[in-house]
Design a protein around this ligand. Structure first.
Ligand code: FE2
Length: 219
């Protein structure tokens, strides 16, 4: 997993407009569900929990994260606007082949490409692998002060790596393997002390991902 700088001003504008509009809403209306009030994000992102989970099975998705996909909320229109703006920004090139985990083959490519989630203060997504949605991920996250992190286990060295957020927008890219790619199984999680926004794509090919990354790096 690598961090790459967001140099493209147009993209930064699209993301900031999305973030500003999102934050201008009454987010207290969002219904976050906390599965266990006695445990916080440090627990759900701990090495101890990872080892415990790995001893049992491969966790594909965290079914009870403390975050919300805005697609399923009253903020859905903001999500659709972001999706349209990003498609235009990318000239529908790399974007056209992006494959979201939520889209069936029958769905139009441009309709549901981005995933956009909000994490409340102390929100988290516990350890999981995304083996149901393998591919080249681009993760864009925002928080005001950078009091959050993305954590993963290196599939080869088994080292636990924590990528601390920086204030504002952050971009990370990396390959998340499928069930049978045991050397690329990508256990990961995230946690945050403050409100955090995530926007993500999954590209099916390295070429598509690189084309997208090049655009992010260009002014
Ligand atoms: Fe994930």
């Amino acid at each position: 997993m690598n961090s790459i700088p967001i140099i493209n001003e147009h993209l930064a504008q699209i993301l900031n407009d999305f973030k500003d509009e999102l934050l201008s809403n009454d987010l207290s209306k969002l219904k976050f569900k906390q599965r266990d009030v006695t445990k916080d994000y440090h627990y759900f992102c701990s090495t101890e929990l990872l080892n415990e989970l790995k001893g049992k099975r491969i966790v594909v998705q965290d079914r009870n994260p403390l975050c919300i996909d805005i697609k399923y909320t009253y903020l859905n229109e903001l999500y659709l606007k972001l999706d349209t703006n990003l498609a235009k920004w990318d000239n529908q090139q790399g974007y056209i082949v992006a494959k979201p985990r939520t889209a069936s083959l029958k769905e139009k490519m441009f309709q549901q490409n981005a995933l956009a989630s909000i994490y409340p203060p102390n929100g988290y997504m516990s350890w999981h692998t995304n083996t149901d949605a393998p591919g080249y991920n681009v993760l864009l996250t925002w928080s005001e002060k950078g009091n959050g992190f993305f954590r993963y286990q290196d599939p080869i060295t088994k080292e636990i790596v924590t990528m601390q957020d920086k204030p504002g927008w952050n971009c990370k890219v990396g390959y998340f393997g499928k069930y049978t790619e045991t050397d690329k199984l990508f256990w990961h999680c995230c946690g945050t002390a403050e409100l955090r926004i995530t926007v993500a794509w999954i590209f099916p090919t390295l070429e598509a991902s690189l084309s997208f990354q090049n655009k992010i790096r260009q002014p």
